[in-house]
Design a protein around this ligand. Structure first.
Ligand code: NDP
Length: 315
């Protein structure tokens, strides 16, 4: 917490094309951790002493842009500010009648698209196959598992508490679940939970959990490297096993991706996710914290597994 600071500043006058916005919902996400370092990455790092940014839903208080009117709600990457003046580029109107505003930061936003596009584009699921999902009880994982079930897969989720494992099975339809914090031998536990081996691994965490999955992959299996939260805070290089022999022996594919790789498929992805949501085929859960002052703690709590589903801060 000591790395965060709260400041106040004057709200500038609106220039032509700009919007005055009041923040209502803030998304906190593990990937933001990567921007808190100047290591080379796919997005530029945050700048010291400038506000952090993430996905936000905000209300238009005033507009000097003909495409937006006072009272509209918009979403996009915005600064962690209660009120801000922003350019309208990259902002999209959202409709609170169609779905709760917070859903546009989760199931109908970046994390929902990550789940859907990662699983379908790289995982290429075929009915009857076995899918393992790590970080299964989070924003991306809960959606991956449900889509897996919709596509006829046998789905096993890995999460950090018994309560989360129970939730995956009873609320989200996973076939099996493993609590990695209470399981001594993950390799054996995965083998037991996946009697036919692992065809698709949706990897949200990396590290030792993912090493254990490797021992159970099938011939022609696919690993979707979505995230590696287990190592985001490492200050030294992690001691991982060498993946190459496993991939060679099993003719297996391992592919990293960033959801923006599939940006041209966002409209189709959102359409599909919305339809499933409206038909009751997809569900979602959120952990909602209240108040601007609680944004940093909500972010830090992701690394302690204190969220179920999407972590959101409501102002
Ligand atoms: P989550 O909602 O899943 O929240 C993070 C979860 O990670 C926690 O709830 C916790 O659950 C788990 N976790 C925390 N520390 C560890 C650890 N050391 N080992 C194992 N699990 C841990 O986050 P998201 O769904 O938003 O993101 C999931 C992953 O996907 C992240 O790695 C993120 O960076 C990545 N991502 C990648 C994208 C891409 O384009 N490639 C886009 C969006 C997200 P538990 O209690 O189970 O430990």
């Amino acid at each position: 917490m000591s790395d965060f600071d709260f400041t106040t500043s004057e709200i500038p006058e609106l220039a032509e094309g700009e919007l005055l916005l009041r923040t209502h919902y803030v998304s906190v996400d593990p990937y933001l951790r990567g921007r808190m370092s100047d290591a080379p990455s796919y997005v530029p790092p945050f700048e010291l002493n400038k506000p952090l940014k993430s996905g936000i839903v905000a209300e238009v208080m005033d507009s000097k842009n003909e495409k937006f009117s006072k009272g509209d709600y918009v979403t996009g990457e915005l600064a962690w500010k209660e009120v801000q003046v922003a350019k309208a580029d990259g902002l999209m109107k959202v409709d609170g009648e169609k779905a709760p505003f917070s859903a546009y930061l989760g199931i109908l936003g970046m994390t929902g698209l990550t789940a859907y596009l990662g699983l379908t584009e790289i995982g290429k699921p075929k009915a009857g196959e076995t899918l393992v999902v790590s970080g299964a009880a989070g924003a991306v994982g809960t959606v991956v598992g449900q889509i897996g079930k919709l596509m006829g897969l046998y789905v096993v989720g890995i999460a950090g508490t018994d309560e989360k494992v129970e939730m995956l099975k009873s609320e989200f339809g996973f076939d099996e679940g493993i609590n990695y914090n209470t399981t001594e031998n993950m390799t054996k536990a995965i083998a037991k939970a996946c009697p036919k081996g692992v065809d698709i691994y949706f990897d949200n965490v990396g590290g030792e959990i993912s090493d254990a999955v490797l021992f159970n992959i099938n011939k022609f299996s696919r690993t979707i490297n979505c995230g590696a939260i287990a190592v985001y805070n490492n200050t030294e290089a992690p001691k991982s096993i060498s993946v190459q022999p496993f991939l060679v022996k099993k003719s297996s594919l391992m592919q990293g991706f960033i959801v923006t790789d599939f940006a041209d498929q966002y409209p189709a992805g959102i359409k599909q996710l919305s339809e499933w949501l409206q038909d009751g085929k997809l569900k979602y859960t959120e952990t909602v914290r209240e108040g601007f002052d609680n944004i940093p703690q909500a972010f830090l709590d992701l690394f302690e597994g204190k969220n179920k589903g999407k972590m959101i801060v409501k102002l």
